[in-house]
Design a protein around this ligand. Structure first.
Ligand code: CTP
Ligand code: ZN
Length: 153
């Protein structure tokens, strides 16, 4: 771990640190995890921070919150390179990599403008047909939406 003097965002005592988020994906991560709905937990966000690996990165720290695997895997859609660190008593006790899920409900818009999900209030549902790059098949209209065309709802 970087020395305390070098930490760009304060260390946390217990909770989750989502690290190595590409700098331009911070708000997508906040969106897919519905972080704006979390109440009472202290949280810090940083972006355009120095990274040894990527140039610039973003980071999310949530005190006293431990994300479930399903939540972690939603990250795969917007920031597959992110790393989840579980912190207990100021120590990193676990690191999780994100994994692309088999099904995606909500989160992404269907690319087909004629799809029912784009003109009625119907949440999107997709089957993941390829994991890298991610390709989703809409369960309503059968059309494919690929990673480059993801629009986060
Ligand atoms: N972290 C934190 N609070 C702590 C401990 C760690 O906010 N009490 C943060 C660190 O600032 C870092 C992340 O959790 O952003 C992972 O910590 P650590 O594994 O110590 O850092 P690295 O070894 O640099 O991890 P990686 O190899 O994943 O970059
Ligand atoms: Zn569709």
């Amino acid at each position: 771990m970087a020395s305390k003097k070098e930490l760009q965002v304060s260390a946390i005592e217990n909770g989750t640190v989502i690290d190595h988020i590409p700098a331009d994906k911070l708000f997508d991560v906040i969106n897919v995890l519905c972080i704006d709905k979390i109440q009472n937990n202290a949280m810090t966000f940083g972006t355009n921070l120095k990274s040894n690996q990527q140039g610039k990165k973003a980071i999310v720290k949530i005190w006293d919150k431990f994300l479930e695997d399903g939540e972690v895997n939603k990250l795969a859609l917007v920031a597959p390179e992110a790393k989840i660190n579980i912190i207990k008593d100021y120590e990193v006790v676990e690191k999780k990599l994100v994994q692309v899920p088999d099904n995606v409900d909500g989160i992404v818009k269907c690319m087909n403008p004629k799809c029912v999900t784009n003109y009625e209030y119907v949440p999107t549902k997709f089957t993941v047909v390829n994991k890298s790059p991610i390709v989703l098949r809409c369960r309503y209209c059968e059309k494919m939406t690929d990673q480059q065309n993801f629009v986060i709802i």
